[in-house]
Design a protein around this ligand. Structure first.
Ligand code: NAP
Length: 320
């Protein structure tokens, strides 16, 4: 099979297309023929070495969707041809095939395309954990999704709309702002404009959002403390640097700042998340948006694109 491999940390150019032996399933394992692969910002941080050492060479990626190609002899719940999305794998997802434990695959409803299935695991799980497990979101609350036009933001918008929150979503381009409204935000604001924080205050009647989910905390955390409602909560999802913050805002408003990292999710809570995703897809209120597709061999271009401004849904690789 064709796969992307990284043999040393570095820029996007270290993503190399190679031929590898087809993986074979052992007990409790399946091999999935991948039809689409999700590209997440974290894949670029790992590739650059920012997340620490790891055995080399490796194939990047956690997210993908496809159909079962081979099953281990004791696997009873899955058969060849079943559609699934991945929640990780043993071999990496930037490839034509992935070896997975049966605990690493979930059923993909027929109405969801493989490209959409590749947009599920990290974005939708992160959005759910941030909103409901860490953020304790409740119907009727004002929610600011600070970065609503990307993979996680679109997912958070769809989850929150179905749960009755009042949503302010930000983006940095006209196309992104349009997408934010289309996905269910009540108001779309441009985080590159001078006055959008003033607009947040006005739209929430001067109180500020009860909950903020933050995609770029190193830029926005002080602004979030200024904007958030009394007793409100800020969930830090994304961060790419450091900043100086005055903690007085947290003190005087009794506001909570909570971190979240998907990879810390305890197994029981992850099982809840995946059950909620499949139910939301079946019910129709979750509907992933794929913004751009690249062939597998252009993984380096996809890694550049995922860090550029102007997000619009999810970037996927297609491994023909
Ligand atoms: P993405 O698809 O690239 O989207 C990035 C989003 O951030 C876009 O909506 C972008 O809007 C927005 N953004 C850019 N500048 C901003 C600013 N100054 N203020 C507010 N928002 C801004 O990335 P993603 O997959 O949604 O992930 C978002 C962040 O969460 C990334 O940093 C990622 O690493 C992180 N993340 C963390 C976890 C975790 O477990 N903690 C899991 C998944 C993702 P424009 O492009 O329109 O400006």
């Amino acid at each position: 099979m064709r796969a992307i491999q990284v043999s040393q940390f570095g820029g996007p150019e270290v993503l190399r297309l190679v031929d590898l032996a087809d993986p074979q399933p052992g007990p409790g394992q399946v091999v999935v023929q991948l039809h689409a692969i999700g590209v997440n910002p974290v894949d670029t941080y790992i590739r650059s070495g920012a997340y620490g050492d790891r055995p080399m060479p490796y194939t990047p990626g956690t997210d993908a969707a496809g159909e079962i190609l081979r099953v281990g002899e004791d696997v009873k719940d899955w058969k060849v041809g079943d559609r699934c999305y991945l929640t990780g794998s043993q071999t990496g997802s930037y490839a034509q095939q992935a070896l997975c434990l049966t605990s690493q695959i979930q059923r993909l409803p027929a109405k969801i395309t493989y490209q959409q299935g590749a947009a599920l695991y990290v974005p939708y799980s992160t959005a759910y954990r941030a909103l409901f497990q860490r953020g304790q979101a409740r119907p009727g609350q004002w929610l600011l999704i600070h970065g609503a036009s990307g993979g996680v933001g679109v997912a958070a918008t769809q989850w929150a709309r179905a749960h009755g929150l009042r949503i302010l979503g930000t983006a940095g381009t006209e196309e992104g702002l349009k997408a934010v409204l289309e996905q269910g935000a009540h108001h779309a604001l441009n985080h590159r404009s001078e006055n959008y924080r003033q607009q947040v205050a006005e739209l929430t009647g001067g109180n500020g959002p009860d909950l903020i989910v933050e995609m770029l905390a190193n830029v926005n955390l002080q602004h979030d403390l200024d904007m958030v409602a009394k007793y409100g909560t800020i969930v830090v999802i994304g961060n790419r640097g450091t900043l100086e913050v005055n903690p007085r805002g947290a003190m005087s408003k009794e506001a909570d700042i909570r971190g979240m990292s998907l990879f810390n999710t305890p197994p029981a809570e992850m099982a809840q998340i995946q059950a909620a995703i499949v139910a939301g897809l079946e019910a129709g209120f979750l509907n992933p948006v794929v913004g751009r597709e690249f062939p597998l061999e252009e993984a380096a271009a996809a890694h550049k694109a995922v860090l550029e401004p102007g997000a619009m849904g999810k970037i996927v690789l297609v491994p023909n």
